[in-house]
Design a protein around this ligand. Structure first.
Ligand code: GAP
Length: 455
């Protein structure tokens, strides 16, 4: 693993992948903007996920629910009362911290704060003189719980204003639409609902680039099944989640399952897939057996019967839910980490190369005229290719420098237009990983590339 967080942040900024948010105003802590290259990579990640878990998944349907939902949704889901972190302020330097994060760091992962009450965490911090990561002192306020939901308000007059929340997860949009989707698609249980969308959390300790941010995208899939089959589907989703990552090109050695030690009160089983990020092993995605908790709660709070009627037996029941949830931005960070490579060339120079799965790379090809006076032909080839793929065009600098730039953003193929192109219509195609070049007719380019970027 050659990526460090600093290398990734610098590369992303310099190559139009990810910039600090609101940068000209001095930034806004832990917000990030995707640039021209980054937005393509992230869109490709989302497309690959959607293809796998909605398009190719039997009996699965996609939705796009509203970010702002009736506040009762968050009462039913339990977010208004229990979606909180244990926070402490350092009395010396006034910085805010999560007690569980302090304990995890202090104990180097040997103590699991998830299994501790607030009182136990407080006692551990005092007993072990856990220090503030900013100033090194150990003098904190008592732990207070801090709700992570962002509030806003709707209505034109002050009196008429109602609190609404920016959704902290996309999942509830899938639960509240369970009956709509089932009826309009005539789906039979088991079936799935997938969604990709923004979520917002007022994280106390965001950070580590795009690992933990206050605004992020989730890709969530809820599988509605009959009680008794839930164990089998839980295992199936654990495997499907891992297979997806392996098919994207992740090394199995960089991924591991981690069962939750402490289950949420409604969960029957829960596990994460962790990835070896530059910050160490950390959660990449979660798979949860949520039982019939969510649909039952929405039934109770909305007064609507959320039962499913088996069309054959007439049996009525509230389905169990297996949830698979992954952050698009967190997967982006894992993808960047996994792809990053540094290689020493024969001439002693180091090349940085992002070895993305070609399906995920921002541009499938870069068209490079060897000299500027070959520009007309090169532009014609470029325009033709853009009808099928995102491509880029570059005529600035030496060909070697142009190859390096494409390597750094992971473009799988560089198409060079030279004098022979004018004579016999062929171009050279350079492979990003092997740097080998072959010569093919320009008219075969589209098929050549299409055959190599399938996911
Ligand atoms: N509906 C279940 C749920 O939201 P979660 O473990 O809180 O579960 C699921 O979040 C995934 O969303 C995580 O595994 C992670 O990939 C991503 N995620 C959660 N919080 C995030 C944050 N603050 N920044 C970026 N990604 C986040």
């Amino acid at each position: 693993m050659k990526a460090t967080m600093d290398k990734l942040v610098n590369l992303c900024k310099g190559r139009g992948i990810i910039y600090p948010g609101s940068e000209i105003y001095g930034g806004m802590g832990n917000t990030w903007d995707y640039g021209p290259v980054g937005v393509e990579i992230k869109n490709n990640i989302k497309r690959a996920w959607w293809k796998r878990f909605v398009q190719e998944s039997d009996n699965s349907f996609g939705i796009d629910a509203a970010i702002l939902m009736n506040s009762r949704v968050w009462e039913a889901s339990g977010h208004t009362t229990s979606f909180s972190d244990p926070k402490m302020d350092c009395k010396c330097c006034k910085t805010r911290h999560r007690a569980d994060v302090l304990i995890e760091a202090h104990s180097k992962g040997t103590v699991n704060p998830d299994t501790m009450t607030n009182e136990e965490m407080q006692a551990y911090i005092t007993e072990h003189h856990v220090a503030c990561p900013k100033c090194g002192k150990s003098d904190f306020t008592p732990i207070r719980t801090f709700n992570l939901m962002f509030e806003t308000s709707r209505g034109v007059t002050e009196e008429g204003q109602n609190i609404v929340y920016l959704r902290p997860e996309t999942a509830q949009g899938e639960f509240v639409n369970f009956l709509n989707v089932q009826r309009t698609t005539r789906a039979k249980v088991p079936f799935g609902i997938g969604q990709i969308g923004k979520a917002f959390r007022n994280e106390i300790t965001p950070g580590n680039f795009i690992f933990r941010t206050i605004e992020f995208e989730q890709m969530e899939h809820q599988w509605f099944c009959k009680k008794g089959t839930d164990g089998e589907y839980y295992e199936k989703y654990k495997k499907a989640a891992l297979d997806f990552l392996l098919d994207l090109g992740f090394d199995r050695e960089h991924l591991r399952y981690k069962d939750h030690d402490k289950l949420a009160h409604y969960a029957k089983a829960a596990c994460d897939i962790q990835y070896l990020f530059p910050i160490g092993w950390s959660e990449l995605n979660g798979i949860h057996n949520r039982t019939d908790y969510d649909l039952s709660r929405h039934s109770e709070f909305s007064g609507k019967n959320m039962e499913y009627t088996d069309p054959v037996t007439g049996e009525k029941y509230i389905p169990y839910v297996i949830e698979y949830s992954i952050g698009a931005d967190r997967l982006m960070l894992a993808t960047l980490t996994e792809a990053y490579d540094e290689e020493t060339l024969e001439n002693g120079e180091t090349r940085v190369v992002m070895r993305f799965n070609p399906a995920i790379a921002a541009y499938k090809a870069a068209v490079l005229p060897l000299q500027k006076n070959l520009g007309d032909k090169a532009r014609e080839i470029y325009r033709n290719l853009t009808k099928s793929f995102m491509c880029t065009y570059d005529e600035a600098g030496s060909i070697g420098k142009r190859y390096r730039r494409q390597d750094e953003i992971g473009t799988p193929f560089c198409v060079t237009v030279d004098f022979e192109t004018q004579e016999n219509g062929t171009v050279t195609v350079r492979d990003r990983d092997s740097m080998q070049q072959i010569r093919i007719p320009a008219e075969e380019l589209e098929k050549y590339i299409a055959d190599r970027i399938k996911f």
